[in-house]
Unconditional design. Structure first.
Length: 123
């Protein structure tokens, strides 16, 4: 996978949520609503997501983990502890939105929680 530019916190969060919604192989209306709520709360102005959608749709499922980890790092470096906690709530809402948490969704969600655990932050 080619090296991509660093994403700001809002972009990285959008990518993370889209990947969380994709890992189980289906995308539901309920998941879409969580992502839309995230966009409304985290993008203070209208933005075109065409580039992000194009990039995400071109990703092969084998590359999800690498891109997810990159987005976790990008979000982390551009956010406060409070913003990460709020994002973890969005991520949890997303995986629970269709009332079924698959093993893959759980794996990615745990990766996010473990990476951003407050003990790892030295707090």
């Amino acid at each position: 996978m080619e090296k991509t530019r660093r994403l700001n916190k809002s972009e990285a969060g959008y990518h993370l949520l889209q990947l969380l919604s994709a890992v189980d192989g289906k995308f539901t209306l309920e998941e879409d609503l969580v992502i839309r709520k995230y966009l409304v709360e985290n993008y203070p102005f209208h933005v075109s997501l065409d580039g992000a959608i194009e990039h995400l749709s071109a990703l092969h499922a084998d590359d999800y983990v690498l891109h997810f980890q990159k987005c976790m790092d990008d979000f982390y470096s551009d956010s406060t502890r409070k913003e990460r906690i709020e994002f973890l709530d969005f991520a949890t809402q997303l995986v629970k939105a269709d009332n079924e948490v698959t093993g893959k969704e759980n794996t990615f969600l745990k990766m996010l929680f473990n990476s951003w655990d407050s003990e790892n932050e030295g707090l």
